[in-house]
Design a protein around this ligand. Structure first.
Ligand SMILES: Cc1cc2nc3c(=O)[nH]c(=O)nc-3n(C[C@H](O)[C@H](O)[C@H](O)COP(=O)(O)O)c2cc1C
Length: 181
């Protein structure tokens, strides 16, 4: 059975694109680093994606206008924290004015320079692996060197320009195999 084609808007319309992109739910991460317990630098990103198990890779897409990424990319290691469901305000703060991003935030510093947000669902200690041009964004591949994770912590979900929390649908519950996550 086939139905009528959907009404398709031209992809040149940024509003139509934003609307379509917002239909795809994602988690949100903090991508952060420090130097000797200070010089904190970081940002929130919803473009995080898992990429590869071997080698262990994840990606984020960074706007080419970002003033934070040029400072982060030169650091030896970068901490990626997967925000927990109760960290939406923290996420907003890490996307807000750079000088106040870390004010009052409970942070975890590794010796090498990775900076994590306490209470996150997962912490990935990463090195920059590769960067690719991706239109008005840069696709950044990060190689995971070490990690800690707690899948029992509900993640923060970003969908339709707002934050949400996952609920389990009993009818669909059950392990899904054959994926990287
Ligand atoms: C929920 C949310 C998701 C975001 N995701 C991204 C992202 O994936 N990539 C990105 O470059 N900026 C993203 N931003 C914006 C950055 O956090 C930050 O505001 C932006 O990089 C401008 O700051 P900068 O000049 O310090 O980089 C997001 C902001 C919010 C609130």
């Amino acid at each position: 059975m086939s139905g009528r084609a959907p009404d398709l808007a031209p992809a040149e319309s940024p509003d139509a694109l934003r609307r379509a992109f917002s239909c795809f739910p994602s988690g949100v991460v903090a991508v952060c680093a420090h130097e000797n317990g200070e010089a904190f630098v970081g940002m929130a990103a919803s473009s995080f994606s898992t990429v590869s198990l071997d080698p262990p890779l994840v990606s984020v897409c960074v706007q080419n206008t970002s003033t934070t990424w040029p400072r982060l990319r030169s650091r030896q290691v970068i901490g990626v924290s997967v925000f927990a469901h109760d960290q939406s305000e923290l996420c907003r703060q890490l996307a807000g004015p750079a000088p106040q991003r870390f004010d009052g935030v409970d942070l975890l510093c590794t010796d090498g320079g990775a900076l994590f947000v306490a209470g996150a669902a997962a912490h990935l200690l990463c090195e920059l692996h590769a960067e690719y041009a991706g239109g008005d964004h840069t696709v950044v591949l990060l190689r995971i060197r070490s990690l800690s994770a707690n899948p029992d912590v509900d993640p923060l979900v970003f969908h339709a320009s707002t934050f949400r929390r996952l609920t389990i649908d009993p009818a669909a519950e059950g392990a899904v195999t054959g994926t990287t996550s």
